[in-house]
Design a protein around this ligand. Structure first.
Ligand code: ZN
Length: 565
């Protein structure tokens, strides 16, 4: 197929669209791909990832500098204040909790003891807003994958009483073998190879709370978790959460992870065989197994409240009837701040993750603002806070939206742009979920590219960035990522790059700007993001979730309640 590079021709120009009529904008002449400058994106990244910005942790000097920079850039790009109170900010109240690293976790059976060292052997925290939490000789119970999923006829709990106990659980979805081919995963159970929400660590802690447990310890295993223990260890710094009216007292007292080595030792201490018990958790007949062993730990917290901020800029739509309807672009500005030193650096620069996304967001906004005739619907650009703390800024917006979600057509999220050159493809996490994928395919095809599914669905990426809280509330969400098929490289080059990034740089100080970066691919991706959003803003109908997706019913209820047909 012929490749098409409209941006080489300079400013905006017009091209005639062909193809899927249903997605065709209603204007007689369609707008072409915008010009976006790689150098402009890079200049934002260099500022945001610089030492001066101290890794952009919420509630620090890094936040102050970051949000000030983004507001300044939104203004320059021509965006208006996005909040209905006339400001560029949506305040996000957070509680910051730092656990004392001298904590020791002790497992005890009779006179035998196993002591675990904070950070080396385990990481634990509490989300309860209180200065001290303890578990005191609480009984340890192995609860398999800790999953209760009626739709898959799965219940790891079987009515067991876990009140006041400490659950030890496996990370990931139950990897149920396919009855037709036991070397493969059953595609009908827990998404097959793809991770569902049941596999996420947040789900395990939520279930512990539901069971009334005192604590939940997840056994870390690199493959099902999707990242090494070093990533878990980065959680020894301040942890943030939104504050609930009960000060998070409904959550388990202690949430944590233990290393695989320590888990094996614990099972040996309990007189159990790790491999055998792990295997037993693969059965629908699994029942929680008391380990006859106690856990004790006290955590002393330092607490502080922080008014963090989502930065929100707006471009008003041109159609008087449709301008109170919105397309949202989201991208998180935050990263981990200053943390444990690795290879002589303790500033977690978050250059790829996600200074690139913010650089892209600013340049997308500029490209929209340059349109001689704005799109019919309004565009909202939301730079979210505290994504790295569990998608908190986006959760806050999705639960307390500035503009009604029933009037929000779609969310397009950008997290970590491609910095390695042009690709023949672009990936979509959760491909097949909504009509947004049809727009995406159409736009990619016009670029001479193809859409591919997430190459690592087992990592559960759909649940790991800011589009998810919106999807959970019903709003169709597009989560694209870098392609894997790089121009001029061997076919699996992109996969290798991802693996290397996860192993070496993901959530580490070394995620920094590199001299060999090539943002040509990021520019093509941004043009794609731009065009998808533009088409939705011009379309006659709202994009919908595809039948059978877990968010469709919520959306339909929401639109119905708002009086939409
Ligand atoms: Zn990110």
């Amino acid at each position: 197929m012929k490749r098409f590079f409209p941006w080489l021709a300079g400013a905006l120009f017009v091209l005639t669209l062909t193809g899927c009529a249903g997605l065709k904008p209603t204007k007689p002449e369609a707008v072409g791909f915008p010009q976006i400058e790689a150098s402009a994106v890079l200049s934002h990244v260099k500022v945001l990832a610089s030492d001066e910005y101290e890794g952009r942790a919420p509630g620090t000097k890094g936040e102050e500098l970051s949000v000030t920079y983004i507001v300044g850039q939104f203004q320059k790009a021509g965006l208006k204040p996005g909040n209905s109170d006339g400001t560029y900010f949506q305040k996000v109240p957070l509680i910051g909790i730092t656990a004392d690293p001298s904590a020791v976790l002790t497992f005890k059976k009779g006179s035998k003891e196993q002591k675990l060292k904070f950070k080396d052997d385990f990481v634990a925290w509490t989300k309860r807003v209180t200065e001290t939490v303890s578990v005191d000789q609480a009984e340890l119970v192995f609860a398999g994958y800790g999953v209760q999923a009626a739709e898959f006829n799965w219940d790891d709990y079987k009515g067991a009483d876990l009140k006041g106990k400490v659950m030890v659980v496996l990370v990931g979805d139950p990897p149920v073998p396919d009855p037709a081919d036991p070397t493969e995963l059953d595609p009908k159970a827990f998404g097959g190879k793809a991770m569902t929400y049941y596999g996420r660590w947040t789900y395990k802690y939520e279930m512990g709370a539901k069971m009334g447990a005192a604590g939940v310890l997840i056994v870390h295993e690199t493959e099902p978790a999707g990242y090494p223990f070093a990533v878990v260890q980065s959680k020894v710094t301040e942890q943030f959460d939104l504050v609930t009216p009960d000060k998070n007292m409904g959550r388990v007292a202690v949430e944590g992870w233990i290393t695989l080595d320590q888990a094996k030792k614990l099972f040996a201490l309990a007189g159990q065989d790790w491999d055998a018990l792990k295997k037993s958790a693969l059965s629908r007949d699994f029942k929680p197994v008391p380990l006859g062993t106690n856990a004790s730990m006290t955590l002393h917290n330092t607490l502080r409240t922080v008014d963090s901020r989502n930065v929100v800029g707006k471009l008003e739509g041109s159609d008087p009837r449709l301008k109170d309807e919105y397309i949202l672009y989201t991208s998180h500005w935050d990263h981990f701040g200053i943390g444990p030193e690795i290879n002589g650096d303790k500033i977690y620069h978050g250059a790829v993750d996600n200074a690139t996304g913010i650089g892209g967001l600013i340049e997308l906004a500029r490209a929209f603002a340059r349109l001689p005739s704005p799109a019919k619907r309004s565009m909202l650009f939301v730079a979210t806070t505290a994504e790295e703390q569990g998608l908190l800024g986006s959760q806050f917006y999705a639960e307390s939206p500035i503009y009604p979600l029933a009037k929000t057509l779609a969310v397009i999220n950008m997290d970590a742009l491609n910095v390695h050159g042009r690709t023949r493809d672009i990936t979509i996490v959760g491909l097949g979920n909504s009509d947004l994928d049809d727009y995406a395919m159409q736009v990619a095809a016009e670029q001479g590219r193809v859409i591919k599914p997430d190459p690592t669905p087992e990592k559960g990426s759909f649940y790991r960035s800011d589009h998810f809280p919106f999807a959970k509330q019903g709003v169709p969400a597009l989560a694209s990522g870098a392609g894997i098929d790089y121009v001029g490289r061997e076919p699996d080059y992109g996969k290798k790059l991802r693996e290397q990034f996860t192993a070496n740089d993901y959530h580490k100080p070394s995620d920094n700007v590199r001299p060999d970066w090539d943002l040509a691919g990021a520019v093509e991706d941004l043009q794609y993001y731009w065009m998808v959003g533009y088409r939705i803003a011009e379309a006659e109908k709202f994009p919908e979730w595809k039948p059978g997706t877990e968010f469709k019913a919520t959306r339909e209820r929401q639109l119905k309640a708002a009086g939409k047909p």
